[in-house]
Design a protein around this ligand. Structure first.
Ligand SMILES: Cc1cc2nc3c(=O)[nH]c(=O)nc-3n(C[C@H](O)[C@H](O)[C@H](O)COP(=O)(O)OP(=O)(O)OC[C@H]3O[C@@H](n4cnc5c(N)ncnc54)[C@H](O)[C@@H]3O)c2cc1C
Length: 403
């Protein structure tokens, strides 16, 4: 797998990004991920080979700053790796993206706390995998509300949570979870807590037999954890949510979805090229659908490039990242990216026709289509747009094209 070549517009997410630093290592992981992607999907199993390769290539701690022994990767570098992995195996790409979102939260909000810095050092040297727990009980995608609270227990803290979805929870070395600050706190008065595997026990409460993203193994658990007070990040969750969690999740998830779309478009291109060879160079009837698929993918990559640049320009500047404009743009990036990704995969599927519908050919679109259908519901787009309604009402209509 190549991240970028001059001839294939599906190869790179951001033609101008510095992707060379991680290219060789990413290629090695993608080759393994691609070789096992079909079996991961069919068997709904954890992509163990790709995840082992990510560790072998030392890609788990890329966000860890150089002063803690890591590589201090930028968001655009991380997005490129997610895009490449998404092209090879949607589940492996999404697992890696979710892990990086958690690491970004610890890096941005845990520095200066010995316990958190030790975890980052460990993450880099031991190549640990972090899972995420935000979904709780029947609460769906309302990340800004928690039921279970942190309970002070002598010199320790405990948490007992109905974690109804934790991707790869059974395979992670630690997890990062939202929680109510304390027993008497409001449901929106939340904190983010880091627990290592030795800090918790998990009892399986639900399975994961889904249409797509089958390898994420996003089962439900009753989580019982105990740790030190320093394991709670000191910054209130509402700030972490706005400054890091939402932007990082939306950018990295969307990069995986763009990668899935690129894989489908590449198959549609293969199909149309073959049809062209069989019709003495005449434009095959499927060509317009390929054009549509490529156009959607181009729009998606363009949206991500703009949003990643925006994040990198704003994330250290409180006035910039807390502005209504920025928050709306980053929230809507997920909504728009997921819709464009679904459109690109669907147009690729229409281009390939029956050959795309089949599960057994070289241009089968089934896995990509099933995987990409998770994107509008992974924090439902309707929920996000509804939560943006107030902000949208307050903002005016721009008077010019460029802001
Ligand atoms: C592949 C995948 C991996 C995941 N991994 C994890 C993980 O590791 N950890 C984790 O914690 N969670 C994870 N999740 C869960 C995810 O974070 C969301 O909680 C979940 O997608 C929301 O599920 P829901 O549709 O049941 O809930 P809801 O968000 O409740 O949505 C149900 C329906 O209600 C509608 N709705 C709800 N509220 C509103 C509103 N205010 N306005 C308009 N419509 C509304 C929605 O549009 C939708 O139609 C994962 C999800 C997926 C798909």
């Amino acid at each position: 797998m190549n991240i970028r070549t001059a001839t294939d517009s599906t190869q790179s997410l951001n033609g101008t990004a510095d992707i060379l630093r991680f290219k060789a290592r990413t290629d090695a992981v993608c080759a393994v991920a691609l070789a096992h992607a079909a079996d991961v999907d069919t068997s709904a199993r954890f992509p163990a080979e790709a995840m082992a390769m990510l560790k072998e290539q030392h890609l788990m701690g890329i966000f860890v700053p150089a002063e803690l022994g890591g590589e201090g990767a930028t968001m655009s570098e991380a997005a490129e790796i997610c895009y490449a992995l998404g092209r090879a195996c949607g589940s492996a790409g999404m697992i890696y993206a979710m892990h990086l979102v958690k690491v970004a939260c610890i890096v941005n909000h845990g520095l200066g706390i010995q316990w958190q810095e030790d975890v980052l050092r460990r993450l880099h040297t031991e190549q640990l995998l972090f899972a995420s727990s935000t979904t709780e009980g029947m609460g769906g995608g309302n990340v800004r509300s928690s039921a279970a609270a942190i309970v002070a227990d002598g010199s320790r803290i405990t948490l007992d949570r109905d974690a109804s979805v934790i991707s790869y929870g059974a395979y992670a070395d630690g997890l990062v979870t939202t929680a109510r600050r304390a027993g008497g706190s409001d449901s929106s008065d939340q904190v983010l807590v880091v627990f290592m595997k030795e800090d918790y026990v998990m009892e399986l409460t639900g399975g994961w037999d889904t249409l797509g993203m089958r390898g994420t193994c996003s089962t439900g658990f009753r989580l019982k954890a105990s740790g030190l007070p320093e394991q709670v990040l000191p910054v209130p969750y509402d700030r972490i949510h706005a400054q890091t969690m939402t932007p990082a999740a939306h950018l990295l998830w969307s990069s995986v979805w763009a990668g899935i779309a690129a894989a489908a478009v590449q198959k549609a291109e293969l199909f149309v090229r073959k049809a062209m060879r069989g019709s003495n160079g005449q434009t095959p009837p499927a060509a317009p659908r390929l054009g549509e698929a490529k156009s959607k993918l181009r729009q998606l990559r363009g949206l991500l490039e703009v949003s990643i640049n925006r994040y990198e320009a704003a994330h250290d500047d409180q006035r910039a990242w807390s502005s209504l404009d920025y928050q709306t743009a980053l929230a809507m990036t997920k909504v728009d990216a997921s819709e464009l990704a679904v459109d690109a995969v669907m147009a690729s599927y229409r281009a390939c026709g029956l050959a795309g519908y089949r599960n057994d050919g070289e241009v089968s679109i089934g896995r990509h289509l099933r995987d990409i259908l998770s994107s509008p519901i992974m924090i439902n787009n309707d929920r996000i747009t509804a939560s943006m309604a107030g902000a949208v009402l307050m903002s005016g209509v721009p008077q010019t094209i460029r802001t």
